[in-house]
Ligand binder design. Structure first.
Ligand SMILES: Cc1ncc(COP(=O)(O)O)c(C=O)c1O
Length: 479
């Protein structure tokens, strides 16, 4: 079978001379640095066109649909971001109402802004033990759909950045009853289909659209993602139209070939690769669970706070009750052990593992965590912060006063963060990662929000979103 990545490799060995884009002319000496110019082509003869595909790119996407068992698979070279923008735009008419989990990624909020949608938020429950977002439950979805019959679609994130999986099957049963599409942001779950050690993918549980970032948990280049259409409740033509709008008209062949190579490898060798990965991961988890102070997130959380399942490929190290913050633990791992983690939060650090990991890499992490855990300075301290948690969670319920589009497009002024309490924010604020807004344009700023932002900054967490990068001022509506 002709595979895009192989055709590209073959082409790079030929003597065809490019009187076409890109300007590097596949000449590696045209600039310093080591870039894959030899296979960085444009829509030349024989290589199809992603936005009007009839040949090799059509077949590459069909391979993706076959591999995952979807009706149609769309390649995205602008990550899950473009796929989510397209999914939301395709499912909800301009100005329409969408039910969305409040812990959605900022891409979903941007779709709401661009299409002037009316969001109805559903807050995930909070897992009080670990102080992380739990799941979205079918019962709450049903109640909101009953109350607001003009909702046109629902979007949830499952798994979350922390690996928390909601009851997608239960939610899908309800959305079917109400005849509206269910979009699942499975950006962190592209690996689910390849081993039953991981949760069942939303693709098999009745979701209508599933978005997956290949680059997050599979061997594929950064920016590569797919949108799967899984039912006829959503039109493929409309999705195609939006994917054409939100993506470049010159999609990178290097990135598309990377998707194709990833799928080819999984098809041929996925079973063996995942067996070995899961064996290494189980060994690592077994060691890490024995730590006395640093606590590993385990499947024990299932059943609490709407948590239906948990992705064991995510290694969450909780520092609550020790003398460390998440930031401090990350700093030690980076500086002393040369281990760079995915995310740090107030009380935990997240490591992403994948089929690309080596047994050696996982052992290095286990050795480091065990060594830190043995340190005298780490001994358990009073759970002194526990009582303030209810107020200080980043994902507090906020009061929405105005719509996102209306707020961003209205007259705004800058004011000192300390003086903004009670005013309406005209900006997003989020911790990055994970890029989930803790404040959305149109929401009222609270004293607790301001105190939280100050505390995150003192802890060295990355607060983003404000146009003032020092986070001293915020744009608010009116004077
Ligand atoms: C839950 C979730 N959805 C979507 C995205 C966006 O994905 P991408 O970076 O592939 O555009 C992210 C990125 O971190 C994410 O965490």
């Amino acid at each position: 079978m002709d595979r895009l990545y192989k055709e590209l490799e073959n082409y790079s060995q030929t003597d065809y001379y490019p009187f076409h884009m890109p300007g590097h002319k596949r000449n590696e000496s045209s600039v310093d640095g080591n870039f894959p110019f030899d296979r960085d082509i444009t829509e030349i003869y024989g290589f199809d066109n992603l936005h009007h595909c009839k040949g090799i790119l059509k077949r590459a996407q069909e391979n993706g649909a076959k591999l995952y068992g979807s009706l149609e698979c769309f390649f995205s070279i602008n990550g899950s971001t473009a796929a989510l923008l397209s999914a939301v735009s395709a499912c909800v008419k301009r100005g329409g109402k969408i039910l969305m989990a409040r812990n959605c990624h900022k891409a979903v909020y941007h779709a709401v802004y661009l299409r002037d949608l009316k969001p109805v938020y559903i807050y995930p429950q909070i897992e009080r033990e670990l102080e992380i977002n739990g799941g979205i439950t079918p019962g709450r979805v049903k109640r909101l759909l009953e109350e607001q019959p003009d909702i046109q679609a629902i979007v949830i994130t499952s798994p979350t950045y922390d690996g928390i999986v909601s009851d997608v099957s239960g939610i899908a049963r309800i959305t079917k009853e109400y005849g509206i599409p269910l979009i699942v942001d499975e950006a962190h779950g592209a690996h689910f289909c390849f081993s039953n050690y991981f949760p069942v993918s939303a693709l098999k549980l009745g979701a209508d659209i599933v978005v997956q970032s290949l680059h997050k948990t599979l061997p594929s280049m950064t920016q590569t993602a797919v949108l799967h259409r899984c039912s006829d409740r959503v039109s493929g033509d409309v999705i195609r139209r939006f994917m054409g709008i939100y993506q470049s008209s010159s999609p990178s062949y290097v990135l598309m070939a990377s998707i194709d190579a990833c799928f080819d490898k999984l098809e041929r060798d996925g079973q063996r690769m995942f067996q070995s990965f899961v064996t290494n991961l189980k060994n690592a988890r077994e060691r890490l669970e024995k730590c006395r102070h640093i606590r590993l997130g385990t499947a024990d959380m299932i059943g609490n706070a709407g948590i239906f399942d948990f992705d064991r490929s995510k290694l969450l190290f909780f520092t609550k009750g020790t003398s460390l913050t998440g930031h401090k633990l990350h700093e030690i791992l980076r500086e002393e052990f040369h281990l760079e983690m995915e995310m740090e939060s107030e009380y935990y650090v997240t490591g992403i593992t994948s089929v690309g990991d080596t047994g050696e890499g996982l052992k290095r992490l286990c050795n480091a965590i065990e060594e830190i855990d043995r340190r005298e300075t780490l001994k358990r301290i009073d759970e002194r912060k526990r009582d303030i948690f209810l107020d200080s969670s980043p994902y507090m319920q906020m009061k929405q006063i105005m719509g996102i589009f209306e707020t961003i497009e209205s007259a705004v002024t800058k004011c000192l963060l300390e003086e903004s309490i009670g005013k309406i924010s005209a900006e997003f604020v989020y911790l990055y990662p994970p890029g989930i807004p803790i404040l959305v344009p149109g929401e009222q700023i609270t004293g607790q929000f301001v105190r939280n932002v100050r505390r995150y900054m003192e802890q060295g967490l990355d607060v983003q979103g404000l146009c003032d990068y020092t986070n001293k001022t915020i744009c608010v509506v009116g004077d």
